[in-house]
Design a protein around this ligand. Structure first.
Ligand code: PHE
Length: 334
C-alpha cells in the first residue's frame, strides 16, 4: 500500500465512487445493511485505510484523518440517500397495489326490519292490552307437572300424545303450549285475573303448517260470572280488530283436557281456506281446584293463539317454515 497523502486521497475517492455505485444499484431495503457494512462495517473497506494512518508522518496525520472522516460521511450519505429512495419506492408500490377504485359500486347496507311474527305479536298484545289483559311470562323449559298434570293431563291421559313432546331429563320438557302460564299465574294471584302470556313453544312436528318451534299467546280471564258468551264476544271482537270487520271467523266445538266446553277458532284466509288460529274454552273446574280456586265462586275462559298462524293469514304466507329460515329475500318484504 502506498503511504502518502495523495495516494490516500485517490484511495478514498475510489472508495466513494464504489460506495455510490453500490448504493445506487440496490433494489431492496433489506439488502442495504449488508452493502453498507461492506464499506463502513468493522471488516469493511475503510479498515485497511485506517491502518494506513499509522504509516503517515505525524504532520500528515491530522489532514489525513479529516480526509478519511469526510469520505466516511460521504459514503454514509450515499447509503442514506439509497435508503430514502428505496423506502419511497416501497411505499409507492404498496399504494399502487391497494389502490381504491372509486368508480366501483358500494356495498349496499340492508336496513333492519321488524320480523313479521314480532309485528303481529306487538299488534296482538296492544289490542289485548286495550281490553285489560296484563302481560306475564314464564319458562320455556317447563316441568311436566305444569305442562301437563296441573292442566288435567295426567301421565296416562291420551291427550298427552297429541302433543309430540321434546323431553328434557329430570321431569322437564320444552313446553308444548303456553297453557302452563294459566296455572302459574293463578297460583300467584287471586281473582279477578286477566293476563296474556306470549312465548315460544316446542313440538316434534315439521311440515308446511307446523314448525318445531312456534309462538303462542295464552290469554286467561277469571272472575265471577265470566261465561262462554264473554269468550265468544271477546275473541270475535279481537279477531275483527286484527283482520278487519268483514273477515270470516268460525267457532268449532273441540276438546282440550283443561277447558270445558272447548272450541277451536278458524279464520278464512285470502285463498279462501279456513285456517285454525286459536284454541279456547271455559277453564275446567279441576284446573281451578288445582290452584285452590273455588269453581262455585269463580270461572273464566282461556285461549291459546298461534301467533305464527296469525302472521300467515295477515301476510298471506303459505309455508310456516318461511318465517324461520331467515332468508333475506323473504324478510325484506316486510
Ligand atoms: N294449549 C292449547 C294448544 O296448544 C290451546 C288452548 C289454550 C286451548 C287455552 C284452550 C285454552 O293447542
Amino acid at each position: 500500500m502506498p503511504c502518502d497523502l495523495d495516494s490516500l486521497k485517490r484511495e478514498l475517492q475510489k472508495l466513494c465512487c464504489d460506495a455510490q455505485e453500490s448504493s445506487q444499484q440496490l433494489k431492496r431495503v433489506a439488502d442495504l445493511p449488508e452493502a453498507k457494512a461492506r464499506f463502513l462495517g468493522r471488516k469493511g473497506a475503510f479498515g485497511p485505510v485506517m491502518r494506513l494512518l499509522g504509516q503517515l508522518s505525524p504532520e500528515e496525520r491530522p489532514a489525513a484523518g479529516e480526509l478519511i472522516n469526510s469520505a466516511k460521511s460521504k459514503v454514509d450519505g450515499c447509503f442514506c440517500e439509497a435508503k430514502m429512495r428505496l423506502e419511497q419506492a416501497a411505499l409507492e408500490a404498496k399504494l399502487q397495489e391497494g389502490r381504491v377504485d372509486v368508480t366501483m359500486p358500494g356495498r349496499r347496507l340492508l336496513p333492519g326490519g321488524m320480523h313479521p311474527v314480532q309485528r303481529v305479536l306487538d299488534e296482538v298484545t296492544d289490542l289485548l292490552g286495550e281490553l285489560g289483559f296484563e302481560l306475564v311470562s314464564g319458562p320455556e323449559v317447563e316441568t311436566e307437572h305444569y305442562n301437563f298434570d296441573l292442566l288435567n293431563m295426567p301421565a296416562d291421559h291420551p291427550a298427552r300424545d297429541m302433543q309430540d313432546t321434546f323431553f328434557v331429563e329430570g321431569g322437564l320438557v320444552l313446553r308444548t303450549q303456553t297453557s302452563p302460564m294459566q296455572v302459574r299465574t293463578m297460583e300467584k294471584r287471586q281473582p279477578p285475573v286477566r293476563v296474556m302470556a306470549p312465548g315460544k313453544v316446542f313440538r316434534c312436528d315439521f311440515d308446511a303448517t307446523h314448525s318445531p318451534t312456534f309462538h303462542q299467546l295464552e290469554g286467561l280471564w277469571i272472575d265471577r260470572d265470566v261465561t262462554m258468551a264473554d269468550l265468544k264476544g271477546i275473541l270475535t271482537y279481537f279477531l275483527r280488530r286484527l283482520f278487519g270487520e268483514d273477515r270470516e271467523v268460525r267457532f268449532r266445538p273441540s276438546f282440550f283436557p283443561f277447558t270445558e266446553p272447548s272450541v277451536e277458532v278458524d279464520v278464512r284466509n285470502d285463498a279462501g281456506n279456513w285456517m285454525e288460529v286459536l284454541g279456547a274454552g271455559m277453564v275446567h273446574p279441576q284446573v281451578l281446584r288445582n290452584v285452590g280456586y273455588d269453581p262455585e265462586q269463580v270461572q273464566g275462559f282461556a285461549f291459546g293463539m298461534g301467533i305464527d298462524r296469525l302472521a300467515m293469514v295477515r301476510y298471506r304466507i303459505t309455508d310456516i317454515r318461511a318465517l324461520f329460515e331467515n332468508d333475506q329475500r323473504f324478510l325484506r318484504q316486510f
